[in-house]
Write a protein that binds this ligand. Structure first.
Ligand code: NDP
Ligand code: HEM
Length: 482
């Protein structure tokens, strides 16, 4: 095979890559070394800001196959016909640590799916847990600060995490999941994915249904105990996924949905839009709708996985948001982060570009291109304003108008303190379905961090466990004494 010729980034052939031009063999370099300067200057610019959360992650491509039509609930094109296959890109991540942290931290795992549908990209940006620590987006920066490194020592500091949780009991349900055996998945293949939030479907008749996604691992749940994680390879989850896909052992998940009618939501005792709560399975059974498979690794980690930009606001006709306050906060946060982290034209990069025509009147900005993957033009030389008289100027389509979102009749615009709501029943339910061994792991994992906290934090946490289940508190208290 003829070797490819090395070139500059402008495509010109390069004669020597090892020796810069110097004044004699021992002499200084000259301005003629523009090629060396190009290499050094590009190197200086190799990093972009890492994600402020979920910085450490692994991505791969795959396919979603619909096995049950959801036509009754949604007009979303990729959910109409059984057997329909849709390309996806998935990125798994840990949350709190930086890019060079550990794959096996006790931390929720991100489970973000980009569905490249015929009606644009739909992103399901979820976690491996069905709930979250908070129900108001204003608390997200505070909560994340408490999970990250101590600002003075730059060291992990469980005292900060428990200090926040002791002051914020609505986190208890998610804390219980995090501290349980499921808090450290043995690999990305061995965990479930959840939308966690309630979203909405709407159908041809303009009827809206609330729903949640569940992606159940077909590999089975496998977890690491704290002592196993302490000695695990920090890159183990990345390696496990890449190697499984490379050897053709494609990981897969069974996709399920829970569905709630608008009427049921109005009557529900527990707020169906509260992210700290699940919808009980017995009342809202899981409906199996598809299979998700990962079958192709990325060619270039940085270009694809690092620059992937997932946004909970990436909806397609037939799928939309809900009144969940956390979700509303997220609808604004992600695109803002992408513009900062990747750049204003991030949707033109191949991993982010829709695989359908993209027609709009946005123009210019850093790195504006004409023709991203698939040949679908984002920025053309045609009309750059709307309305216009041009035949080829794109126009809105009323057929995809979303039905009005119901809101509480006579509601007031105000700040509502929801902290009196029940934080304990579902955390207790989870504790009660655990085996004896799981309960003991939970208590030991909590004692590991809580044991480093002062007595006041310990007492407030024990009071929360007591309200969830007296045995929960008793086990943690005993583990703290051990
Ligand atoms: P169910 O008994 O019907 O469901 C229990 C669910 O809990 C199962 O999906 C099971 O997952 C999952 N589970 C088991 N152990 C753990 C753990 N350590 N951490 C997280 N999830 C676990 O009960 P309910 O629907 O009434 O829910 C009871 C509790 O189960 C909830 O309070 C919640 O904490 C948890 N849960 C509920 C979910 C829901 O959508 N209702 C989803 C996931 C968790 P699997 O089948 O994969 O083993
Ligand atoms: C990533 C904000 C809650 C799942 C991010 C990023 C931001 C962010 C800024 C980085 C995005 C980027 O740079 O590309 C927020 C805010 C939240 C919130 C403000 C609450 C108000 C949640 C919740 C979930 C979640 C509840 C799960 C249900 C994720 C995932 C990623 C992520 C999976 C990584 C996506 C990827 O792989 O690129 N979040 N987040 N976040 N978030 Fe959130």
């Amino acid at each position: 095979m003829t070797k490819k010729v090395l070139t500059t980034s402008a495509g010109a052939p390069v004669s020597d890559d090892n020796n810069s031009i110097s004044v004699g063999p021992r002499g200084p370099l000259t301005y003629d070394n523009h090629y060396t300067f190009e290499k050094l200057a590009h190197f200086n610019r190799e990093r972009i800001p890492e994600r402020v959360v979920h910085a450490r992650g692994t991505g791969a491509y795959g396919t979603f196959t619909l096995t049950k039509s959801l036509k009754e609930f949604t007009i979303a094109d990729f959910l109409q016909n059984e057997g329909k296959r849709t390309d996806v890109f998935i990125r798994f991540s840990t949350v709190g640590g930086g890019q060079d942290s550990h794959d096996f931290a006790r931390d929720p795992r991100g489970f973000a799916i980009k569905f490249y549908t015929k009606q644009g990209n739909y992103d399901m940006v979820g976690n491996n847990t069905p709930v979250f620590f908070l129900r108001d987006p204003s608390k997200f920066p505070d909560f994340i600060h408490s999970q990250k490194k101590n600002p003075r020592t730059n060291l992990p500091d469980p005292r900060m995490a428990y200090e926040f949780w002791a002051n914020y009991p609505q986190a208890l349900h998610q804390v219980t999941i995090l501290m349980s055996d499921r808090g450290i998945p043995a690999s990305y293949r061995n965990m479930n994915g959840y939308s966690s939030h309630t979203y909405s479907f709407w159908n041809e008749k303009g009827e809206r249904f609330w729903f949640k996604w569940h992606f159940k691992t077909n590999q089975g749940i496998k977890t690491l105990r704290a002592e196993e994680a302490a000695v695990a390879d920090p890159h183990g989850a990345q390696q496990d996924l890449v190697e499984a896909i490379d050897r053709g052992d494609f990981p897969s998940w069974t996709a399920k949905v829970q569905i709630m009618t608008e009427q049921k939501a109005r009557d529900a005792e527990v707020n169906p839009f509260d992210l700290t709560k699940v919808w009980p399975h017995d009342e809202f059974p899981l409906i199996e709708v598809g299979q998700l498979e990962l079958n192709r690794n990325v060619d270039n980690y940085f270009a694809e996985t690092e620059q992937a930009a997932f946004a909970p606001s990436n909806f397609v006709p037939g799928i939309s948001s809900s009144p969940d306050k956390m979700l509303q906060g997220r609808l604004l946060a992600y695109q803002d982060a992408h513009r900062y982290r990747v750049g204003v034209n991030y949707n033109q990069l191949p991993v982010n570009a829709a695989k359908c025509p993209v027609n709009h009147y946005q123009r210019d900005g850093a790195m504006a291109g004409l023709c991203p993957a698939g040949g679908h033009h984002h920025q053309t030389s045609g009309a750059n304003f709307y309305p216009n008289d041009r035949d080829d100027g794109p126009a809105p389509d009323q057929a995809v108008a979303e039905p009005p979102m119901p809101v509480e009749a006579g509601a007031w615009l105000d700040r509502f303190d929801t902290d009196e709501e029940d934080h304990y029943t579902q955390a207790g339910n989870l504790f009660r379905i655990m085996s004896d061994d799981q309960k003991q792991q939970l208590a030991n994992n909590i004692a590991g961090g809580l044991g480093q906290c002062d007595a006041s934090v310990q007492q407030r946490m024990l009071a929360q466990f007591e309200k969830a289940d007296p045995d929960y508190a008793a086990r943690v208290a005993a583990a703290l004494q051990a």
